[in-house]
Ligand binder design. Structure first.
Ligand SMILES: Nc1nc2c(c(=O)[nH]1)N[C@H]1C(S)=C(S)[C@@H](COP(=O)(O)O)O[C@H]1N2
Ligand SMILES: [Mo]
Length: 423
């Protein structure tokens, strides 16, 4: 006999309170296409800038120059865009990496709000209604997983330095490509709808696919909810951006490492990446017996600090800009030009690149290769002093490299050997 009940055949919600897989579970009246579209467009701009500055950060290491510079040797064509990192403007890496890390922090509330706004869709069942839908959900898995992975690895790396010794670079680099591919696909799928909704509002008669089917009483308007997200981002900006500056501004960076007060006062008082003690550098290896070995066609030349000081001294005002996003203002370095040392090594004109090695015995960032354009720049120094004083042990006494526009890791401290032309 035919069933005469009015809802026969309709899939009824499960008995009891709804599950997160059911739309009725999600009751916030704030959810809706407009709310999601605003956050989505903010992320589109922000994440694109994050991706570009991240790729630039990788290029700044000059990984195609030498194996010691390359943390992702199996990258294949993903390194297609690499280029010789320039030496000017001298604050280039300070700016690109400051933007990369600060923006990553500032976008956290936006990312979380965006995920929250589409949560009903992420949990919805059945997993796929069609092949197209299945593909879309698979791309969402890469998108959401990739976003969380990139933000978490990035944040952990700056908060707990060297949490992933060596492996941070490949994790964050490959993760970025996977994430960005999914991000592009998602943008192509959703951007037209987001623009339509923001320009014209929801067309009459059309459902808001992100709104709750049975919203609870509003306690806050959509506009105020967006304002809360924006205020969260601004608060993060105000408490982290200061670590790209010195003195008073750095004190405002309450939430990030290298924020707050400078480690000491005086000419050598600016930020330190790794102290001499942590790097295992003791006075007996940096004192009188220390020699710089310069290698090139002219042979192996050994120079004491006194001999280096007797060479022509030059100055350059340059910042330290770490991959972790903190940087110092320009410091006034003084020492011997790298190109003068190249001349001594047997390259009087047009010096080649150089392999720089520290006397440090263990740990990362002890050796680095610099490109010819970096050696040639008159501001690239083997610094012996800073801000009118000898280098302190923590800043690399007896001698350190400083190169304009380069990441902090290129500025090797406690240098022991410079090998020109063999890269
Ligand atoms: N030998 C050696 N040089 C090094 C490092 C290191 O760990 N060992 N760290 C590098 C990094 S990551 C940075 S950011 C800068 C920091 O320089 P600073 O400590 O003088 O500020 O030094 C670079 N030079
Ligand atoms: Mo660094």
């Amino acid at each position: 006999m035919r069933d005469r009940r009015p809802y026969a055949g309709v899939r009824l919600p499960s008995p009891g309170p709804p599950l997160p897989t059911e739309p009725a579970f999600w009751r916030s009246p704030v959810r809706g296409v407009r709310f999601t579209a605003v956050l989505g467009l903010a992320l589109l701009a922000g994440i694109t800038l994050l991706f570009v500055t991240g790729l630039l950060s990788y290029a700044a290491y000059n990984p195609d120059l030498a194996a010691v510079n390359d943390k992702t040797p199996d990258k294949g064509w993903l390194g297609f865009y690499l280029f010789a990192w320039p030496t000017g403007p001298h604050w280039l890496y300070r700016m690109t990496q400051g933007i990369h890390v600060t923006l990553g922090i500032v976008l956290v509330p936006v990312l979380l709000a965006k995920l929250w706004s589409v949560a009903p869709k992420l949990f919805a069942l059945p997993p796929a209604r069609s092949a197209g839908h299945a593909l879309e959900r698979l791309s969402l898995l890469l998108l959401v997983g990739g976003a969380l992975f990139e933000f978490v690895t990035g944040l952990l790396n700056i908060q707990l330095e060297y949490l992933f010794p060596g492996s941070f670079y490949p994790l964050h680099f490959y993760g970025a490509w996977v994430f960005f591919a999914a991000f592009l696909a998602h943008t192509c799928l959703k951007l037209p709808r987001a623009l339509q909704v923001l320009r014209q509002g929801l067309p009459t008669g059309q459902d808001d696919e992100l709104a709750s089917p049975r919203p609870s009483e509003p306690t806050v308007s959509r506009r105020s909810a967006l304002a809360v997200v924006g205020a969260g981002s601004l608060l993060l900006l105000a408490t982290s951006a200061g670590r790209s500056f010195d003195g008073g501004l750095r004190r405002t960076a309450l939430l990030t490492p290298r924020g707050g007060a400078e480690p000491a006062s005086g000419p050598n008082g600016f930020q330190i990446n790794k102290t001499a003690a942590k790097a295992g550098i003791t006075p007996d290896v940096t004192g009188d017996p220390w020699r710089l070995t310069v290698v090139g066609p002219a042979g192996e030349i050994r120079l004491s600090r006194t001999e280096l000081l007797a060479m022509r001294q030059h100055s350059a005002s340059l910042p330290i800009a770490c991959v972790e996003g903190w940087s110092t203002s320009d410091q006034w370095w003084r020492g011997v030009r790298l190109r003068d040392l190249a001349a001594l090594a047997g390259f009087p004109d047009g010096p080649p690149g150089v392999l720089v090695a520290s006397i440090q015995r263990s740990g990362p960032f002890r050796t680095v290769a610099l490109r010819d354009n970096q050696v040639r720049d008159p501001r690239s120094l083997l610094a012996l002093g800073v801000n009118g004083e000898d280098l302190s042990p923590d800043h690399g006494y007896p001698a350190r490299v400083i190169v304009p526009a380069a990441p902090g890791v290129m500025n090797t401290k406690w240098v022991g050997r410079l090998t020109f032309g063999e890269l």
